[in-house]
Write a protein that binds this ligand. Structure first.
Ligand SMILES: Cc1ncc(COP(=O)(O)O)c(C=O)c1O
Length: 403
């Protein structure tokens, strides 16, 4: 059935299937959602050309989809990348990036000790089944990193610029150059920094990943991931999608793309509120510690000031409450404006207790080395007025202190 031919005498059964589908070459201003799983080509020759990537086009949604392509094209420009894929979650993006590095049994992956817990487990438990060795290092200790790189000759170094939940900022450009000296590829998880705070490919990282579920989408209603890198990763990344199949759906791609359009205003406001709250909360003297990359008390403040844009220190504040798990639970239960939830980057301020969420699979010893205690709570600052967030946190601290 060709375009414009639906006015003929068709059966209701046929019309039900075809009527209302796009017939004309519309030019909407916003990205459109294409839920189609396959795409019609004009000829077998054209399909052959698309499949061979001789011409641009779409054939099957596991290979490509126009809505998802809107998001990947935006991320390509934002990250200064040559190739980008979108995946069904941030974890799938990290998995795809590791796949694209060409890891083989016997290879070593060097991991930041402060990496997101599930990322540590992905390499340490899943990739380990395929003979990959994982070694964890403290990336704030550049001498230890250099020694590990020289001794282990890892194939991949994986880290986050700003760690979760204690917000340590690493010297990412120095790490990239040290890794490249021993031919080690660098994968940076830029979820907490977004392209506004850091563009790792520009300082030489090989691949950058995002959990788009967080700030990029920004509204807590879509899961997704993104991997961006140089042209040499194109084939492996696309093979990952075609054969492993962890693609992003068009609805999620559309939501995340729409989120990107307001990322700058949302994220800048959230960063501003986070720094203001961290400063005010530290001044109360009612907490064992307050973590924010720009607080003078933060152990990596010098690196943060040198490497991060002056107005963007990230939108997370981590608190060290007095007391133990009992007090932390009281604090969590007393919050009214802040919602207890296990994510970051939404419009709402969210509070996470790492012990039972992000770092529940780490041993007590591992958590101790990371600096996570029974009093650690992570606040991902949203778009509410900072005075309301502050008042809510202070009343929850008071509730936690009550015996
Ligand atoms: C830094 C970081 N990377 C990756 C992920 C995984 O993302 P997703 O939940 O979208 O799979 C998360 C999730 O919390 C994260 O915080």
């Amino acid at each position: 059935m060709n375009d414009e031919s639906l006015d003929g005498d068709f059966d209701v059964q046929t019309l039900l299937v075809h009527a209302g589908n796009p017939r004309r070459n519309l030019r909407p201003t916003a990205l459109s959602i294409y839920p189609s799983t396959s795409f019609i080509t004009d000829s077998p020759e054209q399909l052959d050309d698309i499949m061979a990537e001789r011409v641009h086009g779409h054939s099957y949604a596991r290979h490509s989809n126009p809505t998802v392509e809107g998001l990947t094209e935006a991320m390509r420009l934002l990250e200064h990348a040559e190739t980008v894929i979108a995946t069904g979650s941030g974890m799938a993006a990290i998995d795809a990036a590791l796949f694209a590095t060409g890891l083989r049994a016997g290879d070593t992956v060097l991991l930041s000790r402060d990496l997101y817990g599930a990322s540590l487990n992905l390499v340490g438990k899943v990739w380990e089944q395929y003979g990959i060795v994982s070694v964890v290092v403290d990336l704030t200790d550049l001498q230890a990193v250099e020694a590990a790189l020289k001794q282990l000759r890892p194939k991949v170094l994986l880290f986050e610029t700003v760690s979760n939940p204690l917000l340590k900022v690493v010297d990412a450009p120095a790490l990239v150059s040290m890794a490249h000296d021993v031919l080690c590829q660098v994968v940076v998880d830029s979820t907490f920094t977004t392209p506004l705070m850091a563009r790792p490919l520009q300082y030489g990282a090989d691949l950058v990943v995002h959990s788009a579920t967080k700030y990029l989408g920004g509204h807590g209603d879509a899961m997704g991931g993104v991997v961006a890198g140089g042209a040499k990763y194109h084939d492996a990344l696309h093979q990952y999608l075609k054969l492993r199949g962890g693609v992003l759906g068009p609805f999620e791609a559309w939501l995340i793309h729409r989120g990107l359009q307001t990322l700058a205003v949302r994220f800048e406001r959230q960063c501003q509120s986070a720094l203001q709250l961290a400063t005010r909360l530290e001044e109360t003297g009612r907490l064992r510690a307050v973590y924010h990359p720009f607080l003078a008390s933060h152990p990596t403040v010098e690196t943060a000031k040198r490497l991060l844009p002056a107005h963007l220190g990230g939108a997370v504040v981590t608190l060290e409450l007095h007391g133990e798990r009992r007090e932390a639970y009281r604090f969590l239960k007393a919050l009214k404006v802040v919602r207890p939830a296990t994510t970051v980057g939404d419009v709402y301020t969210l509070c996470l207790y790492p012990l039972i969420a992000s770092h529940r699979n780490q041993t007590e010893e591992e958590r101790r080395r990371m600096g996570i205690t029974e009093g650690t709570v992570r606040m991902a600052i949203g778009l509410e007025h900072p005075d309301d967030i502050y008042a809510d946190i202070v009343q929850a601290i008071e509730a936690a202190e009550r015996t």
